[in-house]
Design a protein around this ligand. Structure first.
Ligand code: SF4
Ligand code: SF4
Length: 750
């Protein structure tokens, strides 16, 4: 139906649009320039009557593509939602980005009318090149694979089962329960959050073991995972025997491992028998049923020193805070006091970090006269002949050094993501490893690939067998907006593999990740994308006959969506795709497009703009995730802006194809500004590295500009977050001024 363009343009005159703009002129643009069969004005388009006008035109077949020229596409989304599988809808933002930013000190009709005319041209051009999606709907397997059987994995399994989904839980150890099972006591979980409690992990293990929806495999590793969301083929290795099954989504709950304390010899570990880690101390107390004794001779202890941040928040060891260790030492100090009321605990900290209601727990330790807390650091340690330790502390509260005679020193060592292989240090994951830990450096400096047995997921993805991660080994996709998402669609990380946390947080995390996994399977079943374009049923379509096997799409996709066919052409998995368009921007052959988004479409949009013969004129490619809403914010706050800009929204700057730059400049447009998210280590790009890819491509634009004999300063990329909306008018003004100084584009008027 949508192959034939029957475009209806609906112009709203409410919200100040009719007063600020000559709507008859807009009507003329639609009818005379584009000859659309239907163009109607309405005084209140989002009203029931207004929407009914559109519905009637759709129902009687007069129209199959709807251009709403009214408010921002970010509002009234449900009101203007016509069956997306039958009709294409395009929104032209006359309100927020034209009428509401109208300058007060010049003839408003002049500049904003030109803007509105152009935006309508751009919208009609865009919809003319769009067609309804043809979603890839395939049979979806709805089993959740949970990797890891600790508190996070158990919770994710239970929550998925409670929601009615089958689960396969894979645990490499012989038993379920993970570290939680090895704890003597746990932090307070109930008000007033003052007392340590007995662990309840046993009940969780029982519940999972008895749940008929959950199949548990212990002593099992993942040999391979192929496919994508809704259709993973998982092969497990169970004590040498392999088994293959299907799954629809994956919760990665592999947890953590302790930092290797052998690297803390300067704190006495490995040199003195009575220096132990917090984990060793916990296991010792659990084994002895609460009794605290010293490892060297089994004698009961009178004095225990706890050293916080042992090798943590330290660039040479674990550079970050593991968040739980302060509470762990408070808990373990209570073991000392419960074991022997005459014994004392001395906690030496850099800072005590007991967030939220754990502050109450901290207070109970402060109130205990047998627990001493001080800010400081250990500056010396030695062992007496009877194995007693003499620990010298630089007490930063008292401002002097002091010596403590201790039976035991407990080091609060940190948590390392289980994604980081045992033999690798978290603090020196070189760029070689960053993104996908699949190689290690041998002691003689050789980089070698890890064997499949050392890997966690063994993904059969072209971009590598593990989920990419941040610099310290924690997998992520967008820390702020999309917790749990990894850079592999359908795989959701939860618990300490994602970042350090305690069991209470891990439980909440597991629930979140299980829901994301379920959401992914259900959206995949409808052929829809997952975050952030959950409504999107389009996917990249490739004209293979023109593909030159350059492999850029397979390399640049931030989500590893493409594998590779034997001839080097991309093998696409629609369900892995997040619909960002980065591959479309990467493809030099311009053979990748979506039903409603293509290189050709944006080129046509650029050509539809009427470039004025005089004055500086700028086109901005705007990321729809942060920059576009930031522009709306400028309008919402009624901040006046210059009208010599035209904004073209992109799904992500990653979709930027360099041909658009050439198209725009050869049309006489004076400057091009790219407004996108922050990139780099602490990126904010919603598609991980789209804005970075755009920047890298811009590095190559120089060639195009030299060919056109134009200055490279005419093209600039700005990194922007939505919070920076108030800076936007200034940024645009400044860029406009710079272009003005460079002078007119010599192609103007051709
Ligand atoms: S680059 Fe984006 S649009 Fe292209 S396949 Fe990857 S996720 Fe999909
Ligand atoms: S980027 Fe384009 S030409 Fe290169 S492999 Fe992918 S589809 Fe083919």
């Amino acid at each position: 139906m949508a192959d034939e363009n029957k475009i209806g343009v609906y112009l709203c005159t409410d919200c100040g649009i009719g007063a600020a703009l000559n709507v008859d002129q807009l009507e003329a643009v639609a009818k005379k320039e584009f000859k659309v069969p239907v163009c109607k004005k309405h005084p209140f388009l989002c009203s029931t009557e207004g929407v009914q006008v559109i519905k009637d035109d759709l129902n009687n077949g007069a129209v199959n593509k709807v251009v709403i020229a009214a408010c921002s596409p970010r509002v009234n989304t449900e009101v203007f939602n016509f069956d997306p599988l039958k009709y294409v809808t395009e929104r032209v933002n006359l309100r927020e980005q034209i009428v509401w930013i109208a300058p007060k000190d010049e003839d408003p009709k002049e500049g904003i009318q030109l803007m509105a005319d152009d935006y309508l041209r751009m919208g009609i051009t865009r919809i003319g090149k769009s067609s309804v999606p043809d979603p890839k709907i395939t049979e979806v397997n709805r089993t959740v694979l949970v990797v890891g059987g600790g508190v996070t994995g158990l919770t994710a399994a239970m929550e998925s089962s409670l929601a009615g989904y089958k689960v396969v839980l894979v645990e490499k150890e012989a038993e379920l329960g993970g570290w939680a099972k090895k704890m003597h006591r746990v932090f307070p979980t109930k008000p007033p959050f003052a007392e340590i409690e007995k662990p309840t992990i046993g009940a969780k293990i029982d519940a999972v073991s008895k749940d008929s929806n959950i199949t548990v495999h212990t002593r099992t590793t993942i040999a391979s995972i192929d496919g994508g969301p809704g259709a993973y083929t998982v092969t497990i290795n169970k004590s040498g025997a392999t088994e293959t099954f299907e799954a629809g989504a994956i919760v990665l709950a592999a947890g953590w491992r302790p930092y290797n304390a052998d690297k803390l010899r300067h704190l006495g570990y490995g040199r003195y028998r009575n220096v132990v880690t917090n984990l060793e101390f916990e296991q010792h107390v659990a084994k002895e049923n609460g009794k605290v004794s010293r490892p060297s001779d089994g004698k009961s202890v009178k004095n225990v020193v706890f050293l916080q941040c042992a090798g943590q928040r330290d660039k040479d060891h674990v550079p970050y805070c593991s968040t739980v260790c302060c509470n762990v030492s408070l808990k373990q100090a209570k073991y000392v006091r419960e074991s022997d009321p005459d014994a004392g605990a001395f906690i030496v900290y850099k800072d005590m970090r007991t967030i939220g209601l754990y502050e109450n727990f901290y207070k109970t330790a402060q109130d205990d006269e047998g627990i001493f807390l001080t800010k400081g650091e250990i500056v010396g340690i030695r062992e007496e002949p009877d194995t007693t330790l003499i620990i010298e502390i630089d007490n930063q509260l008292l401002g002097r050094k002091m010596k403590i005679k201790a039976d035991l020193l407990v080091l609060a060592t940190g948590m390392v993501s289980a994604m980081v292989p045992e033999e690798m240090s978290v603090n020196n994951l070189t760029p070689e490893y960053i993104g996908n830990i699949v190689k290690r450096e041998t002691s003689d400096g050789v980089i070698e690939a890890l064997e499949p047995e050392s890997l966690m997921l063994n993904l059969q993805y072209r971009q590598g067998p593990e989920v990419p991660h941040l610099k310290w080994g924690f997998p992520d996709s967008h820390f702020i907006c999309f917790p749990y998402e990894t850079r592999r669609t359908g795989i959701y990380a939860a618990g300490c593999v994602r970042h350090p946390m305690d069991a209470v947080q891990a439980t909440a995390d597991a629930t979140g990740a299980a829901l994301k996994a379920i959401q992914c399977m259900e959206l995949t079943a409808q052929g829809r994308g997952v975050h952030p374009r959950t409504w999107d049923r389009t996917f990249p379509e490739i004209r293979f006959e023109s593909c030159t096997q350059c492999r850029r799409c397979t390399v640049e996709c931030p989500f590893g969506a493409y594998n590779e066919k034997p001839d080097g052409t991309p093998l696409d998995f629609a369900s892995r795709c997040r619909r960002c368009g980065t591959c479309m921007g990467a493809c030099p052959q311009r053979v990748i497009s979506f039903k409603d988004y293509s290189v050709d479409m944006i080129s046509a949009v650029l050509k539809s703009i009427e470039v004025p013969e005089e004055g500086t004129f700028v086109v901005c490619f705007v990321c729809e995730n942060d920059a576009y809403p930031a522009l709306d914010m400028v309008g919402l706050n009624r901040i006046a802006m210059k009208t010599n800009f035209r904004f073209i929204p992109l799904r992500c700057l990653g979709g930027l194809n360099l041909v658009w730059i050439a198209d725009a400049l050869s049309r006489g447009i004076d400057g091009i500004l790219l407004l996108g998210c922050k990139y780099g280590d602490d990126y904010q790009c919603h598609y991980v590295k789209g804005s970075q890819m755009a920047n890298e491509r811009l590095g190559k634009v120089q060639e195009t500009l030299s060919r056109l004999m134009l200055e490279s300063e005419r093209v600039e990329q700005v990194q922007l977050s939505i919070n920076d909306w108030d800076k936007l008018p200034g940024i645009l003004e400044q860029f406009s001024k710079k272009i003005e100084d460079i002078g007119d584009n010599p192609y103007k008027g051709f």
